[in-house]
Design a protein around this ligand. Structure first.
Ligand code: AMP
Ligand code: ZN
Ligand code: FE
Ligand code: FE
Length: 270
């Protein structure tokens, strides 16, 4: 039986397990295909591929942070080529922006009387892409809040007192960047995007290849709507758990088997 979880994070971004440990857990969960999809980086892919040695098969992926009207739109890329020069330049710019922005959030927290150590945030990021979850963890450790959720709810949410935005591309630009890197572009978790119907209609015309149908944050009505749009526009319906840490439901949200073949066929076009 084909079992594919196409949305997994590692310590290369804000996941808490190293790529090697994600692969081990995937084996335990009887997955035979996985995609490593870290935020704005492919740095976790190589280690995962080496450790996995095709069991499970590891798809080189990414989750790009795009934005539209102040809401996050995440774009998954599958079968991207990490060595593509233009892709590499764009990704290193994102890493640079994330570092500056992380430091700016730490400065805001200090001004709010909730200091955390920037060195500690970097340590928590473990050499990976720095994100708000790392700042949130440092806040928990410093006992400013009791949980990561509280850190987001009180300080780090979009527009919150310690929030700092960063320049983000449009969903169309994210699709283009993924295609430039030879990959297939799939809109992530539409259930988390308020205007997903309007956005999907537009992106389908702009070259979008697929949409993440099976995801823990897609309620039944979203799935029905997404299925209808996907059929109408010939979008590939994928799935994944959005795994970040031990306890997340890896393997419980999978990609329909036919979607894997469709992704590969589509990839051959780019
Ligand atoms: P960033 O990319 O640095 O803006 O951080 C966004 C990431 O933070 C998302 O991709 C989620 O993984 C995580 N996140 C967002 N909201 C929460 C929350 N309430 N609790 C825990 N993690 C969150
Ligand atoms: Zn994340
Ligand atoms: Fe996401
Ligand atoms: Fe994700």
């Amino acid at each position: 039986m084909l079992r594919a979880d196409l949305h997994l994070h590692t310590t290369a971004s804000d996941g808490q397990l190293r790529p090697a440990d994600v692969v081990q857990l995937a084996r335990k969960n009887h997955l035979n295909t996985i995609a490593i999809t870290d935020h704005d980086t492919t740095d976790g892919v190589e280690e995962a591929c080496q450790v996995a040695n095709n069991s499970p098969v590891v798809i080189a992926g990414i989750e790009l942070s795009a934005e539209e009207n102040d809401t996050d739109v995440h774009m998954l890329g599958y079968y991207v080529q990490p060595e593509n020069a233009g892709f590499k330049v764009a990704l290193s710019q994102f890493q640079h922006d994330r570092l500056n922005r992380g430091e700016a959030m730490v400065a805001k927290l200090a001004a709010l009387g909730k200091p955390v150590s920037w060195a500690r945030v970097l340590e928590l990021a473990d050499g990976g892409s720095v994100g708000r979850p790392h700042v949130a963890r440092a806040m928990v450790e410093a006992r400013h809040v009791e949980s990561i959720n509280e850190a987001f709810d009180r300080y780090l949410h979009h527009g919150g007192p310690a929030y700092v935005s960063r320049k983000r591309m449009s969903p169309e630009e994210a699709i283009q960047l993924i295609h430039l890197a030879g990959g297939v572009a799939v809109m992530a978790h539409p259930g988390l995007v308020p205007d997903y119907l309007v956005i999907l209609e537009r992106l389908a015309a702009a070259g979008l290849d697929g949409v993440e149908f099976n995801h823990p944050r897609n309620p039944a009505t979203v799935r029905e709507n997404v299925r209808a749009i996907a059929l109408r526009h010939n979008l590939i319906m994928t799935g994944g758990s959005d795994f970040h840490r031990q306890g997340d439901p890896m393997g419980a949200y999978t990609a329909p088997p036919e979607s894997l073949l469709a992704l590969r066929e589509r990839q051959a076009l780019y």
